[in-house]
Design a protein around this ligand. Structure first.
Ligand code: C2E
Ligand code: CA
Ligand code: CA
Length: 679
């Protein structure tokens, strides 16, 4: 196989190269490298088929490129004898090239590839190219013999390894720039050169000769193996073009899949969902909302979050009625569309079954996770089809919706966005036509039984929706910037009421008015208050403003100033819902308020809960030590009353124990009855 020195009796055959074909061989090596790098890029760009898929395609492109380069290079080399190729060796020679490319790309694509893996990748690739070359050489069948010069033989392998290493090194370190055409071009050129330089050094290592009598006699007639040239060019270019074409086709397919299907669950996505809603008129719609997914992501990593989504989707796929279509419409939301109204009940029952099932913990990565969720359901029956989706979302977004595996049906009185819109449109009329009205809830001093004041609480008797609770309409109005106007209306209304008590010689109560946090620091509020008290000729001491600490905490300096200004003008200020916000003592000390209202949640479990009872005592004495009037809200029964009056001196009580909120006329009656009781 090797030839070390030239024996006397051999005749050496000199080959010659066709430069055009040499050039063509290098171009093929370069094109193959370029295609392989482009396919490699897709590993990161779209993970749709998995990295192995692209790695295999890239290795086929590279391996076939090396193979074609070799045989085109062989065709460029002409000997004065004719040469054939053994089919088996020719075909076999492609495998080391493909396999080495796979290994080399595999190693280079690992993130944080350090030097050693790169060296191994370079050696693998170099050996692969060399193996391909020498197996390819062994496929030669001709009438003369050949042997290798050892030095050049080894050098050719070294060159293959070295240039492969350099090319892969550049590929790895510039991988993030492979999107840049020129970087990819230069890297591909280098890889092409790695392949070609190995080949042509290897060709220099080979000596073609005959022994003894000179047969066949060297002639000047060099043969070009057209068949091999055509086969290798066609195969090389065919594979490269084929793979490029395939990959852009796959890109388009992936684009389609990604645009229309969710990659994690394989379910149709939001886009398809919206399309479906727009082209058909579904019978009903269910949205399943997973709550607190971020918590699992934060605690155990995104893989666990993904597993949760997958597990939930599998349950939904398995348990939803067969005639429904399931979509993943957002990270934490699935939608089920039912096409016909007929089966509404079936959908509801199956959703209830799914929710009941979801109460059980899911086992994910050997962890037991209880997934909070809720299912909102809207049927098109009696609902505007166009608003089906918005209405279902309104159920989920509603502040009263808990994530306790319930199936909540859309109720226009409670949820709807359309409902929200209605309220915003109707509020002006409501103020003018007294759909909006005020109830007063008395506050009573527990020891003296004197009514120390009342709290004004808004009510809305809507012409369509009936009586709406303030905890529903106030947040909606607040969000839509309507609460300032409503507060102005309320102030005017309350002042008018005080004037009416005064003019009828009835007892006058100090009225507490709830002020939205966003309005409290506005100069307009002060103007309205001044205007109203002077318009109805009442004393400012009859008005108290209730603010919550959470609503003013973001603008605490302004709030402190505002409280001071109101105080200066004779209005008092109460801190509402005390204990539910930050309850910071430093703010409490600096806010010149006169009253502290302890939130109902602290009273609910008094006196049963020792903890709550202790907290209640502590807050009351804190209030008193700050020289504040203390009002305890939401006192409902005798037991609570007993505990409170024996454990704190003179707390003021506001709650159903004394009275529910009453309208102005009821209030007068209530006060009369209350006073009679005392006598
Ligand atoms: P809030 O200011 O904490 O008002 C006290 C709420 O507790 C009132 O509910 C009242 O009816 C209720 N309540 C009083 N005593 C008891 C009791 O013994 N047991 C129970 N279960 N509840 C009791 P309401 O009237 O439904 O008001 C809810 C919230 O709506 C109010 O909470 C307040 O934040 C807001 N709100 C009401 N009226 C107005 C208003 O005119 N302006 C503003 N900005 N907000 C208002
Ligand atoms: Ca209040
Ligand atoms: Ca309150």
């Amino acid at each position: 196989m090797f030839i070390t020195q030239k024996p006397e009796d051999i005749v050496i055959f000199q080959g010659e190269y066709s430069l055009a074909i040499v050039f063509l061989s290098i171009v093929i090596a370069f094109l193959a490298s370029f295609t392989a790098l482009s396919l490699n890029e897709r590993i990161r760009k779209n993970g749709f088929f998995g990295r192995n898929f692209w790695l295999i395609l890239a290795s086929i492109a590279m391996g076939m490129g090396i193979w074609a380069m070799h045989f085109i290079g062989m065709s460029a080399f002409r000997l004065p004898v004719s040469m054939q190729y053994n089919l088996t060796a020719t075909v076999l020679s492609v495998f080391p090239a493909v396999m080495a490319s796979y290994l080399a790309f595999y190693i280079s694509n690992r993130t944080n590839s350090t030097r050693w893996p790169q060296v191994i990748a370079g050696i693998t690739m170099g050996i692969g190219i060399a193996l391909m070359h020498y197996i390819g050489m062994s496929a030669m069948e001709m009438d003369i013999k050949y042997a290798y010069r050892p030095f050049l033989f080894i050098l050719s392998i070294m060159i293959a390894i070295l240039v492969s290493y350099v090319a892969l090194y550049i590929f790895t370190s510039l991988q993030k720039f492979m999107g840049n055409f020129f970087v990819k071009l230069i890297t591909s050129l280098l890889m092409g050169i790695a392949v070609a330089s190995m080949h042509y050094t290897g060709m220099e290592a080979v000596v073609f000769y005959t022994e003894g009598e000179v047969f066949p006699a060297p002639s000047h007639e060099h043969h070009l193996n057209y068949r091999m040239l055509i086969v290798s060019v066609t195969l090389g270019i065919g594979v490269i073009l084929g793979l490029s074409g395939l990959s852009s086709l796959l890109d388009r397919y992936v684009d389609f899949r990604l645009n229309h299907f969710d990659s994690l669950t394989g379910l149709p996505n939001r886009r398809q969902f919206e399309k479906m809603l727009s082209v058909s008129s579904p019978g009903s719609l269910a949205i399943i909302h997973i709550h607190g997914l971020e918590k699992w992501n934060r605690r155990y990593g995104y893989e666990v979050g993904d597993e949760v989504i997958k597990a939930v989707s599998e349950i939904l796929i398995k348990m939803k009625p067969a005639f429904c279509i399931l979509y993943r419409i957002e990270g934490n939301r699935f939608a089920v569309i039912l096409e016909s109204e007929r089966d509404n009940e079936t959908l509801k029952i199956s959703m209830e079954r799914i929710m009941a099932m979801m109460k059980k913990p899911l086992i994910i990565n050997e962890k037991k996770l209880v997934i909070e969720m809720v299912c909102a359901l809207t049927s098109s029956e009696g609902n505007d089809r166009a608003e089906l989706f918005a209405n279902t979302l309104a159920v989920i977004q509603h502040s009263n919706t808990a994530f306790n595996h319930a199936v909540i049906e859309y109720d226009p009185k409670i949820h709807t966005l359309a409902f929200e819109r209605n309220l915003i449109q109707d509020i002006d009329r409501a103020m003018q036509e007294n759909e909006l009205y005020v109830l007063y809830q008395p506050k009573v001093c527990s020891s003296t039984r004197i009514v120390s004041g009342v709290e004004a609480l808004l009510r809305w008797k809507h012409s369509v929706h009936g009586v709406i609770s303030p905890s529903i309409f106030i947040p909606i109005l607040e969000e839509n910037g309507k609460m300032h106007e409503v507060t102005d209306w309320l102030i005017d209304h309350v002042c008018q009421q005080i004037k009416s008590w005064k003019s009828r010689d009835l007892p006058i109560f100090k009225v507490a008015i709830n002020i939205p946090g966003s309005y409290f620091t506005s100069p307009h509020l002060m103007e309205t208050l001044k205007e109203s008290v002077s318009k109805y000729e009442i004393h400012s001491k009859y008005l108290e403003l209730e603010i919550t600490e959470t609503s003013v905490i973001d603008q605490i300096e302004d709030a402190i100033r505002a409280v001071g200004a109101f105080k200066e003008f004779g209005f008092t200020v109460a801190l509402d819902d005390f204990g539910t916000g930050v309850s910071s003592l430093s703010y409490l000390k600096r806010l010149p308020i006169s009253t502290m209202k302890i939130d109902k949640s602290f009273v609910d479990d008094v006196p049963q809960s020792e903890k709550d009872s202790a907290i209640m005592k502590a807050i009351v004495s804190l209030g008193h030590s700050l020289k504040l009037k203390v009002v305890i809200e939401g006192v409902e029964n005798e037991e609570q009353m007993k505990f409170l009056s024996s454990n704190s001196d003179n707390p003021i009580i506001q709650g159903y124990y004394y009275s529910k909120p009453l309208d102005a006329r009821e209030l007068v009656d209530w006060v009369n009855g209350f006073n009679e009781l005392a006598v």
